[in-house]
Ligand binder design. Structure first.
Ligand SMILES: [Zn+2]
Length: 180
């Protein structure tokens, strides 16, 4: 490549434009982030089914990571320091369940629980359990969100570890009250 070519702005040969971000159907993150998601295996299964081309790339990346040859080392360096930062970030934030209170109406509050799916918990089952346990409405309201119709936030610190022993009380983050 000549100096002029290197300095050239705009599209380059060999790169497909526009650079599009492909989102994973399993974890809903851009697929380059999948490997930092706890259910990476499921992401890969999704990729294999839906985006075989991308799956091949991921597979190659994985194999390079496991090997140790000079060639593979070079590849990894090429992939850049950006990836390292991402990895670090993820390590700092272990999976956890978050609970918060949100106003609903003048005097009522609801409790919002997020993060359960990170523990492989079926959200529908969990919502039903909360509904029975607190004798109130409880439903899945998002990809990883359950809303319980009532202010039961404080109780959840006992109820969740009791129901799912893998979730220690310390893994539950109290986000406090959501603003309107
Ligand atoms: Zn994914």
């Amino acid at each position: 490549m000549s100096v002029e070519e290197k300095l050239q702005m705009g599209p380059r040969t060999g790169v497909t434009y526009p650079l599009q971000v492909i989102y994973c159907g399993n974890c809903s993150m851009p697929i380059e982030y999948c490997e930092y998601y706890p259910e990476y295996d499921k992401c890969k299964q999704w990729l294999e089914r839906n985006l075989p081309d991308e799956f091949e790339k991921v597979k190659i990346g994985d194999e390079a990571g496991e090997g140790g040859g000079a060639e593979e080392e070079k590849k990894r360096q090429k992939r850049g320091g950006k990836g390292m930062i991402k990895t670090k970030k993820k390590e700092d934030g272990p999976k956890q369940v978050c609970v918060s209170r949100a106003p609903r109406g003048k005097k009522k509050s609801v409790t919002v629980v997020t993060g359960l799916s990170g523990f492989d918990i079926d959200l529908k089952v969990a919502a039903k359990f909360f509904g029975t346990r607190f004798a109130c409405g409880s439903s899945v309201t998002g990809e990883d969100e359950i809303v319980i119709q009532g202010d039961v936030k404080d109780d959840l610190f006992d109820v969740i570890p009791e129901k799912w022993p893998e979730i220690d009380e310390d893994l539950i983050e109290d986000l406090g009250d959501q603003k309107r």
